[in-house]
Design a protein around this ligand. Structure first.
Ligand code: IVH
Length: 712
């Protein structure tokens, strides 16, 4: 190929590639396949390698980064990169006092018109300066100390948002200043992939941006999802900028720079304060982090008149929001047992003020999550509380992890040096040696429930680990007791939330069986309990002894066994003993019982505590009519039909409707699925109605139900 042909081809390839880049990165609408794009890209790379004379400073091949550097070169900023004064008051007074200060400096009278401002976001990334000579990106630098920064050109070239060549008529020299940042969703996607590769995830968008720009290997920077917003200019030759900051940003946009859409021109402080409030409310919805808003005097002439105080311009101020992230120290990791028995590791924190509240705890959700984040006792962590979201630990500052000299004795035995060397034990071989290791081990769930010592069950495929203790686990006791006594279970009227608390705290109730030992005298002695209500409660408890097998099974609170499954089980097995002895295969013969429900039942009866609790209930006098089991569904007008109830009905209570349906041979299930035959919708029906419509399920009202019940 002649050099002319090669030059023409290279030029065509560059334009073609840039067009596809724009479609992909800016419009999010790729115009060719990845493979076809790669082919164009490789062809251009090969041409440039074969004909060094064709190298161009704005070639898209530069976006993939060059060779790793040993260190960054220093760059002197011809126009210093200023910092910005921060308004300490995060309320509306912040805007007011800045405006008042400026009016004083400008000697404006009270009746003089309001100052015009440009307001924008204070992006939470890394400030950079981009130098363009005759429209070509020639150098990018970090802020450094404001006077001297680091040359990070190679890395900035990999940021697709940053134009390599300016659009339109470009001045001989233009330095554009702005923020390199990462979107939160891009960071999450990047981290997911990084974890899959076994790489360390980035802690947060700000560290992600700063860390990426300061990578010596541009290939690493290139692999990070960096973006850029322009917010000002530095050195300038051969171009007269417009009269206002607003128009300056418009001009930068026209040159091809991304400028953030959230910006306004404001007259006076009130409009600034409104902008601060409005953006504060939208903080969680906006896909990138910003820690405040920036107010700038809009007129560039006025900016010049105001000038600088040391390193800060008098014409600008950052009006912050309460920090959403803060550092603190993990003092302990506790394991809490919830009402359903789920074990949750919770990090106890040295109190820290973040997102407007003092945070002392942060959930680590579950064991997998705790290990993924690798949070350990003593760690310095970054805590985030955005909006009203519950506080969470976003990451560990690994450099601050407490380390200790350990004696490494065998393959897995670490002993702290503080213990005597003889603590190394009886083994002589291999010879112990010193090694630095984290002072605290990685988090692990205990082997049994921290509340009741029962065994633990990991939900299949899930990250949740539960205590199998059920009724005997104090953490689960309250929930279990309320469920046991509820209307559709043992139906004990008068055993409410407060009373159950009192009985548990008083040590009167450790298992549901102990309900049956409560006496009028004892109950009457409790605060807020009269003789009469005590008598009523004891009577209700007594009455509940005569029950049905279905109610009893439901009352046990076996996971995944709701009322309708309990009924199916009772009908199928007829006797409690038969249910208790059933294996998985037998259980799965019951209508609607799949492997998950079967396993929950097996787990429940495998736990000795649970078997004992059941025995005690029977010993306390609970009884029901047993049958031979496997009886057919009672024939009725609704035989075999599945209903879901939603909203409130004009005449029937929800429970009554349920009973009527079941007595007529129908089933009531709680969620709409393809198996649902009818949705009975009352007033204020919500998402279930939408779902039923979506699935094309028959929708009827109360009157329709009553008609069906009559066999019409
Ligand atoms: S203007 C007027 N505008 O704040 C002083 N700075 O500047 C020149 N920052 O670390 C800066 N968003 O990265 C300006 N919209 C914005 C900004 C912004 C964030 C950062 C900048 C620097 C710090 C001080």
């Amino acid at each position: 190929m002649s050099i002319e042909d090669a030059a023409r081809r290279a030029e065509w390839l560059r334009r073609e590639i840039e067009t596809h880049n724009r479609a992909y990165y800016e419009l999010d609408a790729p115009t060719i396949t990845d493979a076809a794009y790669d082919a164009l890209f490789r062809e251009l790379q090969a041409l440039e390698a074969g004909y060094p004379a064709l190298a161009a400073p704005d070639s898209p091949t530069l976006r993939v980064g060059g060779r790793p550097l040993a260190q960054f070169e220093a760059v002197a900023h011809a126009v210093p990169m200023l910092s910005i004064q921060t308004e300490t008051d995060t309320g509306s007074r912040g805007a007011k006092s800045f405006d008042a200060r400026l009016r004083r400096e400008l000697e404006l009278s009270e009746t003089a018109p309001p100052i015009e401002y440009a307001a924008e976001l204070k992006f939470d990334g890394l400030a950079v300066s981009l130098r363009y000579e005759h429209g070509i990106f020639v150098r990018g630098a970090t802020r450094g100390d404001g006077l001297t920064g680091e040359n990070v050109t190679q890395n900035l070239r990999t940021v697709r948002d940053i134009p390599l060549r300016l659009q339109g008529l470009a001045p001989p020299v233009l330095e554009v200043r702005g923020e390199a940042y990462m979107r939160r969703d891009d960071l999450a996607r990047y981290n997911e992939k990084a974890r899959a590769r076994g790489d360390k995830p980035l802690v947060n968008p700000r560290n992600g941006a700063a860390g990426s720009i300061r990578q010596l290997d541009p290939a690493i920077a290139g692999s990070r999802p960096l973006k850029f917003f322009a917010y000002g200019i530095g050195a300038l030759e051969g171009w007269t900028p417009p009269a206002t900051h607003e128009e300056l940003l418009d001009a930068l946009e026209a040159f091809g720079f991304p400028v953030c859409e959230y910006r306004i021109v404001a007259q006076g402080w009130q409009q600034l304060a409104d902008f601060h409030d409005r953006m504060g409310e939208r903080r969680a919805q906006i896909p990138f982090d910003f820690d405040g808003v920036v107010y700038k005097v809009n007129s560039l002439t006025l900016q010049n008149r105001l000038g600088f105080r040391s390193r800060e311009p008098r014409w600008a101020v950052a009006h912050k929001y309460p920090a959403e992230e803060a550092r603190t120290i993990v003092t302990a990791i506790e394991v809490q047992v919830g009402r359903t028995g789920a074990l949750t590791p919770v990090a106890k924190l040295k109190p820290v003020f973040v997102g407007g509240v003092t945070v002392t705890n942060a959930t680590l959700h579950n064991e997998d999550e705790a290990r993924r984040k690798d949070v350990r006792v003593g760690d310095t962590v970054i805590v985030r509380r955005a909006g009203d979201v519950i506080p969470e630990i976003v990451g560990v500052v690994l450099e601050k992890r407490p380390m200790a000299q350990m004696l490494f004795c065998g393959r897995e035995t670490f002993l702290s040096l503080k213990k005597s060397a003889s603590g190394c034990g009886i083994r002589k071989e291999p010879i112990p040696y010193r090694k630095t290791a984290p002072r605290y081990p990685a988090f692990k769930l205990p082997a049994s429930c921290p509340e009741c010592d029962s065994g633990l069950v990991r939900e299949e495929g899930g990250a949740i680990v539960r205590c199998a203790g059920g009724l005997v686990c104090p953490a689960q006791l309250k929930g279990a007791l309320l469920h046991f006594a509820s209307r559709r279970a043992m139906d004990i009227e008068g055993l409410g939330d407060k009373l159950v608390d009192q009985l548990i705290v008083g040590g009167y109730l450790k298992t549901p069986a102990e309900l049956y030992a409560l006496t009028v005298a004892m109950l009457a002695s409790l605060p807020r309990m009269g003789e009469k209500s005590a008598e009523n409660l004891v009577a209700a408890i007594e009455k509940s002894k005569e029950t049905s097998l279905a109610r009893f099974i439901f009352a046990l609170g076996i996971r995944n066994v709701g009322e309708s499954t309990a009924k199916d089980l009772a009908r199928y097995f007829g006797k409690l003993a038969a249910l208790r002895e059933a294996d998985a295969a037998t259980l799965e013969k019951v209508p609607d019982v799949g492997p998950i429900v079967a396993e929950s039942i097996l787990d429940f009866f495998a736990e000795a505590h649970n078997r004992e609790a059941v025995e005690r209930l029977i010993a306390a006098g609970l009884h029901w009519k047993e049958s031979e089991g496997q009886v057919d569904e009672p024939p009725g007008p609704l035989s075999g039909k599945v209903f879901v109830l939603t909203g409130t009905f004009p005449k029937l209570k929800r429970d009554d409707a349920k009973t009527l349906i079941e007595n007529a041979g129908g089933k009531v299930s709680s969620a709409v699925s393809r198996k649902t035959d009818y949705l009975v919708a009352g007033e204020e029906a919500g998402s279930k109605l939408d779902k039923a419509k979506e699935l094309g399920i028959g929708i009827i009202d109360e009157a329709g139900l009553l008609q069906l019940l009559q066999g019409d």
